[in-house]
Design a protein around this ligand. Structure first.
Ligand code: PMP
Length: 392
């Protein structure tokens, strides 16, 4: 009955396919989860301590709407040194409640009713629902395995209509781990400029690139004025629960985002901002250690998957692999369901990340080598058993 009170655009939203799976897994025993998209590390101790200290010193009130000025300055310095992109902490940097809020604010700030926003699937599950909530229409383009799940400029151009306002890019990517090179970003930027679009560049995994340094599309000539860079502390500093992210971009857009933020959130959590300041000032070593460990796990898992016949490209970043399960003849949903029931390993069906994810599963390797080893043994058993009985 109370459903009749719901707004239509909310009724139409589907619950996240990832959650559904985890509710199922949480009712079972002895499950190894390769499902969750978060680090297995605890936040570095110096970051926790800095946050404690801020509380001891009585920093328990709101900060400026846009975030602590020292933190914004530190974010500006980090972006300048890492990606050669330059933003003024006064009016171009906004500290948010996770990258999630930054994505929401960016879309609400730029989308008019009916505007189209291009998303490159397979992609993070929040983009399309957030576009709908902002009144926009998401238009998907499929990145495919034959191009290592990287979108091409031609694909983007083909999806552009007179209603297209923006495109969401994510590199390194969730769920595929693909990284767009500097040259690939340059080519995409040419299409974006030709059609006068804005880019939402989700760079939350930028610190987790294993083979070459990540570039930001904002660093391409002419792109700083049409790019909103989204990032945060969840992945690189193992701070998912702290809920801290940020957005940087052109002044007018950042002012609009700050206005929405001011009315709907006031500011990001103060103690988390003090922790983040420490993370940026003294967190390099911890990031390096975590990265070394992720790289080792990535190599281990990719080898194991290919050996069991699930073909898998070597992803350049993030902490996911995206192997094909087509050989088994199962849909990604059936594969994940059966693997969970028969061998107690939780993975995410690729189809929840968009249609082009069908035929693949996402496995997170942000868990110990010991757990990964056991998970790969179980998966191998499952694949061997099922490829004997299951006609593709
Ligand atoms: N973007 C991507 C691509 C993600 O994978 C995630 C988290 N899974 C987020 C944004 C949201 O991160 P946060 O915890 O900072 O809200």
């Amino acid at each position: 009955m109370s459903e009749s009170y719901l707004a239509n655009h909310v009724k139409e939203l589907q619950p996240s396919g990832i959650r559904k799976f985890f509710d199922l897994a949480s009712q079972m025993e002895n499950v190894i989860s390769l499902g969750v998209g978060e680090p297995d590390f605890v936040t570095p101790w110096n970051v926790i301590e800095a946050s404690y200290h801020s509380l001891e010193q009585g920093y328990t009130a709101y900060t400026a709407n846009a975030g602590l000025i020292e933190l914004r300055e530190e974010i500006g310095k980090y972006l300048r040194e890492t990606f050669s992109i330059s933003y003024n902490p006064e009016d171009q940097i906004l500290v948010t409640v996770g990258a999630s809020q930054a994505i929401d604010l960016a879309l609400r700030a730029i989308v008019n009713a009916g505007d189209e926003v291009i998303v490159v699937e397979p992609c993070f599950v929040s983009y399309s629902p957030t576009i709908s909530l902002a009144g926009g229409v998401s238009v998907s383009v499929s990145a495919t395995a034959d191009n290592e799940f990287k979108v091409t400029p031609e694909q983007i151009e083909a999806a552009i209509t007179p209603r297209t306002k923006a495109i969401v890019l994510c590199s390194p990517n969730n769920p595929t781990g693909s990284v767009l090179s500097k040259e690939e970003l340059y080519e995409i930027a040419q299409v974006v400029q030709k059609h006068d679009l804005i880019v939402l560049s989700d760079e939350i995994y930028a610190e987790l690139a294993y083979d070459e340094a990540v570039s930001s599309i904002a660093s391409v000539d002419g792109m700083e004025e049409r790019t909103i860079v989204i990032s945060g502390f969840s992945k690189s500093f193992a701070m998912t629960g702290w809920r801290l992210g940020y957005a940087v971009g052109p002044v007018a857009i950042m002012q609009a985002m700050t206005k929405i933020h001011q009315y709907t959130m006031m500011c990001a959590p103060t103690m988390a901002q003090h922790g983040a300041l420490e993370a940026l000032r003294h967190g390099n070593e911890s990031v390096r250690e975590m990265k070394t460990s992720y790289r080792q796990r990535r190599n281990f898992v990719v080898k194991a998957l290919n050996e069991m016949g699930l073909s898998c490209h070597l992803p350049g970043g993030a902490f996911y692999v995206f192997p094909s399960i087509k050989e088994t003849g199962y849909s990604s949903e059936e594969f994940a369901q059966r693997l969970l029931e028969e061998e107690r390993v939780a993975v995410v069906p690729g189809q929840v990340f968009g249609e082009s994810g069908e035929g693949y599963i996402r496995c997170s390797y942000a868990t110990s080598i010991k757990q990964l080893d056991e998970a790969m043994k179980r998966m191998n058993r499952f694949v061997k058993r099922n490829s004997e009985t299951n006609e593709p």
